[in-house]
Design a protein. Structure first.
Length: 331
């Protein structure tokens, strides 16, 4: 007998082969499922972690914005505090200066010789202000008024009482208004009126006002000695006596206008010049002859007689009011 093992059949070998393939497939599928399951869990953890990070970042951004807002508010409050401290410091400095001025004022008020000297200076300033106002209003002396006001300003500057500070400021404004005037309006109007009166003082002869006429036609030259045509509209030519009367009437109205200007009566001044315009039309019968003189007369009538100074005299009024109040406060 032989001892060789029996050889398996081919059918049995293929069965074992398929069995091993099936086991391998099952193992591969299990491994694939395990890998897929692990990958899904890992992805879910990554997504959850990312969303948590995003939430934390959003929270941090919100906190950062809140901190920035608080920082801005604190910066504004700090600036306000700095400005408040600066204002308080300025007020304290002002209070200290005012206290020093008050102490100085009390020390000066306690001096008995001060009251008499200050009263004399105030009297002098009042006289100078009144004199300057009268020189301007009555005499029309602008330069004299300026000198009087300058002297009054020097007197008030020598008074160290702070109660008269507003008075010095009012005087400065009044002096600036006086310096801004070129000339006294009444003197300017009278000068122009005198110049205009000299131009119309002499009677106008027909030869001066005659205009060269064109040659007449033959039928007018034939009947010129028989028939004379004359218009009845407007002023008629005057003879020598009427011309002299018209000149006298014109000079009378000019004199009345001068007198009204001297007393600054603007209504009477313009009324007299209006009547002078009527006599002017009588002296110059030709409409074009008196046009320039009439236009200039109307310009003269429109000139002001008083200086445009609404502040004139305000310093004098304030000075008198202050002195009256001081007298009432004295025992």
């Amino acid at each position: 007998m032989s001892s060789t093992p029996p050889v398996p059949s081919p059918h049995r070998r293929s069965a074992w082969l398929w069995l091993w393939l099936l086991v391998l497939l099952l193992v591969a599928g299990a491994l694939a499922y395990g890998g897929y399951y692990w990958w899904q869990r890992h992805q879910a953890q990554d997504v959850a972690q990312a969303s948590d990070i995003d939430v934390r970042l959003a929270s941090l951004d919100q906190r950062l914005a809140t901190l920035r807002g608080d920082q801005g508010v604190q910066a504004k409050r700090l600036q306000q505090a700095i400005a408040t401290n600066r204002i308080l410091r300025d007020e304290l400095l002002g209070l200290s200066e005012r206290s020093a001025l008050i102490e100085d004022s009390f020390a000066r008020y306690s001096d008995p010789a001060r009251h008499s000297a200050q009263a004399l200076r105030l009297d002098e300033a009042e006289v100078l202000l009144s004199l300057g106002q009268q020189r301007l209003q009555i005499a029309g002396d602008l330069d004299g008024a300026r000198r009087s006001y300058a002297l009054a300003a020097g007197v008030l500057e020598s008074i160290e009482d702070p109660a008269y500070l507003n008075l010095r400021q009012a005087l400065g404004q009044e002096r600036a208004a006086l310096d801004a005037l070129d000339a006294e309006p009444r003197a300017r109007a009278l000068a122009r009126l005198d110049q205009w009166a000299k131009g119309v003082a002499e009677p106008v002869s027909p030869a001066k006002t005659a205009v060269t006429a064109p040659p007449l036609p033959w039928w007018k030259r034939a009947f010129i000695g028989i028939v004379e045509v004359q218009t009845l509209e407007g002023p008629q030519p005057l003879d020598a006596d009427d011309q002299a009367d018209a000149q006298a009437g014109l000079q009378l109205e000019i004199t009345l206008a001068r007198a009204a200007a001297e007393r600054r009566d603007i209504a009477a001044y313009r009324a007299a010049l209006g009547r002078a315009e009527f006599w002017l039309a009588r002296i110059f019968p030709t409409p074009g002859a008196a046009a320039d003189a009439r236009a200039e007369l109307q310009e003269i009538a429109a000139l002001p007689l008083s200086p445009p100074l609404p502040t004139l005299g305000t310093t004098l009024i304030q000075l008198r009011q202050l002195r009256a109040n001081n007298r009432e406060q004295l025992p």
